[in-house]
Design a protein around this ligand. Structure first.
Ligand code: PEP
Ligand code: MG
Length: 305
């Protein structure tokens, strides 16, 4: 089946009536780059940077990180590479962070919360990402955002990092900055957040968990974990609408983005990008090429929202 889909390589992601969408890849390791190239990804929509931290005894240095980001940027040769900053904590632990045990790790000290309270860790990663931006089209996104204040704090730290690099005469490129929308709080204030960033990427795995109050790790709750719940889908539609009002774009990088049952719905909402496991890209392209949105837009919105 995969072989049959290979004939879709090189084709645009465009519906019969001309609506386009970007299909990007999620990666969690440099080894995934082969699959990214084989499946004709338009870019990398979610580079889970945690792996650089997880296999280690101590913090990865700026140089180590820079090499990894540079490799990805160069391999993608001018296609957009969205590097998500450290999202450790909760399900992803590394001993040297000394995070300690928590009763509610998913709602605890993780991701951007660690970066904002331990800015030295954050700055090392930001420096490495900015340096890699001299070698390709690099973008950054920040996980687990809940407020405008967090975004303003991040932007201040980013400006400090850029000033330092300029002072040291170290080259870097234009870097778009986006945020993940994966908390109901961020979705609800997406109109305000849209004024502060270049793009949104919706993390439906966490957005579903937090909206439905269902631990995504707890197998006993699998039957209750329903990302097709109208609460989740309506939040996604609202986020897309709010982003477009401010002239920025929205992607989906959680698992739901690869759900073929919802591809037409996402097109109907006006989602700009889907970032999925590389092996899912060509299957989605096929659906998109066979779809006439003028025939199903209203029906999709009515059925799912
Ligand atoms: C998400 O929450 O949907 C997401 C893409 O991030 P992760 O799965 O890495 O938490
Ligand atoms: Mg997440």
């Amino acid at each position: 089946k995969r072989n049959l889909l290979q004939i879709l390589k090189g084709r645009e992601n465009v519906t019969i009536d001309g609506q386009k969408i970007m299909l990007y890849a999620n990666i969690g390791d440099l080894k995934d780059l082969g699959m990214v190239m084989q499946n004709d990804a338009g870019g990398i929509g979610l580079f889970r940077s945690e792996f650089i931290y997880l296999d280690k005894e101590t913090f990865p240095t700026e140089e180590e990180q820079f090499k990894v980001y540079k490799t990805v940027a160069e391999t993608m040769a001018g296609k957009r590479v969205i590097i998500r900053t450290l999202d450790i904590g909760a399900d992803k632990q590394a001993d040297y962070f000394n995070l300690g045990k928590e009763d509610n790790p998913a709602m605890g000290y993780r991701a951007i919360r660690i970066c904002l309270t331990q800015p030295e860790i954050f700055k090392t990663q930001l420096r490495a990402i900015f340096r890699a931006s001299a070698y390709g089209k690099v973008a950054i996104m920040y996980p687990m955002i809940t407020s405008v204040e967090e975004v303003l704090q991040i932007k201040k730290i980013v400006e400090e990092v850029k000033d330092e690099l300029r002072y040291q005469k170290i080259a870097f490129g234009e870097v778009e900055q986006g945020i993940m929308i994966e908390t109901p709080a961020a979705a609800m204030i997406s109109d305000l957040l849209a004024k502060e960033v270049d793009f949104f990427s919706i993390g439906t795995n966490d957005l579903t968990q937090y909206t439905l109050a269902i631990d995504r790790q707890n197998e006993k709750l699998d039957d209750f974990y329903n990302p097709h719940h109208k609460a989740v889908l309506r939040l996604i539609a609202k986020v897309v609408e709010n982003s477009h009002k401010e002239g920025i774009w929205t992607g989906i990088c959680g698992e739901l983005g690869a759900d073929p049952e919802l591809t037409k719905l996402f097109l109907a909402m006006g989602v700009d990008e889907l970032s999925v496991s590389p092996g899912r890209i060509l299957g989605l392209r096929k659906i998109i090429l066979e779809t006439d949105m003028s025939q199903c837009r209203e029906e999709m919105l009515k059925k799912y929202l």
